[in-house]
Design a binder for this molecule. Sequence first.
Ligand code: PRP
Ligand code: URA
Length: 212
Amino acid sequence: MKQYPNVFIFDHPLIKHKISILRDRSTGMKQFRELIEEITTVMTYEAMKDVALVPVEVETPLEKTVGYRVPEESVAIVPILRAGLGMVNGIHRVLPTARVGHIGMYRDEETLEPHEYYCKLPDGIGEKKVFVVDPMLATGGSACDAIAALKKRGVKDITMMSIIAAPEGIEKLAAAHPDVRIFVSTLDRCLNEHGYILPGLGDAGDRLYGTK
Ligand code: PRP
Ligand code: URA
């Protein structure tokens, strides 16, 4: 795959360890959900490296000093429903003040075309640093359309976080939105004829919510 300056693919033993359990077809719903959250938390440390801080005065038991805080209103998480919801707690664990917006996209199983069916965003979304989350970046159609929908509503600073991506998805997203930073925990081989990632983990939404 071509190299893109805005694409970051993790090479971390903890992620490799957790992804192997996540992929396993015998991993049950509870452990699957926990792993999605844990991998998201590990990714968040890197993806939030450039989050803006403001200095604040802190009084320790011994003296006053200067500390730094992420302003409460400055960050939003936007999960792409359904499967993106599984990543929200992974970020909230380390930044509980992040606001949450929701965007609903489903992929037509025949055409693989994404369709938006829901969008509710926090007030002032245009001024926030927005982290769009979806565990699977397959053809890239859902992420591209969700990001286009956010830009139409005034969002300027966007980071995409996905657990597993196909090269096809990264290429499509990087070409369509070169201003968006893309963090992917694991790059897989390719898509199959049904648009599923290989080796992948199957259908993330079904495995998170037990719908099949
Ligand atoms: C899955 C996944 C992504 C999308 C990725 O969602 O969670 O949103 O497919 O595929 P793409 O890159 O080819 O667009 P799905 O449409 O199955 O909906 P769900 O989350 O409700 O299960
Ligand atoms: N959506 C999924 O949940 N899994 C895939 O492999 C591709 C799209």
